[in-house]
Each structure stands twice: as structure tokens, then as C-alpha cells.
Design a protein around this ligand. Structure first.
Ligand code: XMP
Length: 319
């Protein structure tokens, strides 16, 4: 009988047989797939697992701390957090082309992951959150997949010199099955059912050149939007929702004069497959509330717009 509990047990046995007493490295992104692999491997092999979590500085509001709180503190998984914000920002200086940004971010990510795993000299295996659709798609273009190596495959996948065997326990599973498994393994449903987040992160949600100032403003706006969606029971009714930072200044009149501050766009879509999407018809009162909160609470943003473009032709991300 194929219950989720059985699938988990079966996977645990297979992993134990595959790796024996060897050490395993996993790139943990905070996305669903790598999180489920972390939970599964932790259960299967405990301390033989070391996760490497690269904090790119392009993650969402407090995401890095949340990943650490969840895995390191709460579950007792060995996680190495690499604070690489400065390196990513430096590498992105002056880069404005979206595909170039993806390459820079993906390349830097691979370099850092490679450096960290080279330090773990005793590791013999590399675990990945490859799921069945990834296997079929293999070397396709960008997808909604959020796990590490795969999501940065824009630059060509695994580092050459990484002579590690692959552990891919989710290879035969669909996303829905991975989610059910995650919940069964004790991961919080809010994490397991989180909207997809692109590998290059906020790097492609800040139009043009990426700067820390922009990323910090964007994180705050995005957090308000998501928090309100959850509060109003709208989060699970949208497939993906986020804020986009527009590096243009627009005028705002305040008591003491005119202020020129940045603009944020809100994007929310409903979709089955992410190939086509309809903009979410969120209630006006809700949009009004989010807009007021963003403008009142975030110094530096003076205007909020809502994206009412369908895909095609407008892609879900702005870049
Ligand atoms: P678009 O913007 O192409 O997005 O309509 C479709 C889905 O793919 C995600 N996306 C990415 N995911 N790396 C990723 O891992 C990327 O470079 C990337 N670009 C877009 C997007 O968030 C949406 O879910």
C-alpha cells in the first residue's frame, strides 16, 4: 500500500543503502524541494548530512533567519550558512540586463557552493531536490523550480571538479507528492505550500541594477503584501504573488513639500502551469489597504501600482 508514510520509509531505506556511513552535502535554499530533501535525509542519516545554505542577500524578508531557525535550531540539522550578500552585490554592480543578472547570480552561487563543499572533504555524496518534472524537462530553460543547482542551471549545472555521487530521493515524485511528504515529515504547511520563488531571487524583481538599498525596500513591501494576503485568506487563492521594485522616482506631496521616492508594483497571478496566467482580481479594498501600508510604513516608497497584465504576453516576473 502506497501511503505517504510508506513512501518515506522506503526512501529512507534506499538512501541508507545508497550512502552507507558516508557523508552527504545538500544545498539548502529554503524552497520546497530542498527543504523536503533535508528533512528526509536528516531522518534517514542524521548527522551524516551537512546542508550548505547560501544567503545571497537576494532572499525575502528574514528568509535566511527563518531557514536557520527551522532547520538548524528546530530540527537539529547541521547547516552551514554562508553570508554572501556582499559578494553577490559586488558581482552585480553595473549589471542591468536580466539574463546577464541571472548568469552572474547563478555563477556566483555555483562558485560559493563549490568553495563550501570543497571544505567538506569527507563528503562523498551530493543530495539534490530534483523532482520528476525536472527529470523530464532536464536541460530546459527557466522553470518555477526553486532548488539550488537546478534553479541555477542557466549557467550549466554541477561544477566540473565536484566528484560526488548524486542522491536524488525525490526523482520519481511530482510536486504535490513532495508537498504531502514534507508535511508528513513535519515541515510547516506554510513553508511547504509557499508560492514559487525564482532561483535568482530579488535579483530579477529589482528592475535594472541591483542595489542593497533597493533590495531592502523591496523586502519590506513584499512582506507587507504577503502578510496581508495571508491575513485575508487570499494567499492560497493566488498561485504566485510578490512585489517588484521600480528604480524610478515619482512625486509625492507631503505636509512639508514634494518628495521624490521609488515605485513598487504588486504582481499576483492565478495559474495552473505557470505557462499562462491570469492576473488575480484582488478586491479593491484589499489593494487599497496594502498600498496604504506600503506607503505609510516604508520610507522611500511613494507610489504603489498593481500589475493587470496577463501571460502571455506579460511574463509572471518582470524580468
Ligand atoms: P515567467 O516570469 O517566465 O515565470 O512567467 C514563470 C515561473 O518561473 C519562475 N521563474 C524562474 N525560476 N529561475 C527560476 O528558478 C529563474 O530565472 C526564473 N525566472 C522565472 C517565475 O517565478 C514563475 O514561477
Amino acid at each position: 500500500l502506497w501511503t505517504t508514510a510508506n513512501i518515506i520509509e522506503d526512501n529512507i531505506q534506499k538512501v541508507r543503502e545508497q550512502v552507507g556511513s558516508d557523508e552527504v552535502i545538500l544545498g539548502l535554499s529554503g524552497g520546497v524541494d530542498s527543504s523536503v530533501v533535508a528533512a528526509l535525509l536528516h531522518k534517514a542519516i542524521g548527522d551524516q548530512l551537512t546542508c550548505v545554505f547560501v544567503d545571497t542577500g537576494l532572499l525575502r524578508y528574514r528568509e535566511g533567519d527563518q531557514v536557520m531557525a527551522m532547520f538548524a535550531e528546530h530540527m537539529g540539522v547541521k547547516v552551514i550558512r554562508v553570508d554572501a550578500e556582499a559578494r553577490f552585490l559586488t558581482a552585480l554592480e553595473g549589471v542591468t540586463d536580466p539574463e546577464k543578472k541571472r548568469k552572474v547570480i547563478g555563477g556566483m552561487f555555483i562558485d560559493i557552493f563549490d568553495e563550501e563543499s570543497a571544505k567538506l572533504t569527507s563528503a562523498k555524496w551530493l543530495a539534490q531536490g530534483t523532482i520528476y518534472p525536472d527529470v523530464i524537462e532536464s536541460a530546459g530553460a527557466k522553470t518555477g523550480k526553486a532548488h539550488l543547482i537546478k534553479s541555477h542551471h542557466n549557467v550549466g549545472g554541477l561544477p566540473e571538479n565536484m566528484k560526488l555521487g548524486l542522491v536524488e530521493p525525490l526523482r520519481e515524485l511530482f510536486k504535490d507528492e513532495v508537498r504531502v511528504m514534507g508535511v508528513e515529515l513535519g515541515l510547516p504547511p506554510e513553508m511547504v505550500y509557499r508560492h514559487p520563488f525564482p532561483g535568482p531571487g530579488l535579483g530579477v524583481r529589482i528592475l535594472g541594477e541591483v542595489k542593497k538599498e533597493y533590495a531592502d525596500l523591496l523586502r519590506l513591501a513584499d512582506h507587507i503584501f504577503i502578510e496581508e494576503l495571508r491575513k485575508h485568506d487570499l494567499y492560497d487563492k493566488t498561485s504566485q504573488a510578490f512585489a517588484v521594485f521600480l528604480p524610478v522616482k515619482s512625486v509625492g506631496v507631503t505636509g512639508d513639500g514634494r518628495r521624490y521616492d521609488y515605485v513598487v508594483a504588486l504582481r499576483a497571478v492565478e495559474t495552473i502551469d505557470f505557462m499562462t496566467a491570469r492576473w488575480a482580481h484582488l478586491p479593491y479594498d484589499f489593494l487599497d489597504l496594502v498600498s496604504r501600508r506600503v506607503i505609510n510604513e516604508i520610507k522611500g516608497i511613494s507610489r504603489v501600482v498593481y500589475d493587470i497584465s496577463g501571460k502571455p504576453p506579460a511574463t509572471i516576473e518582470w524580468e
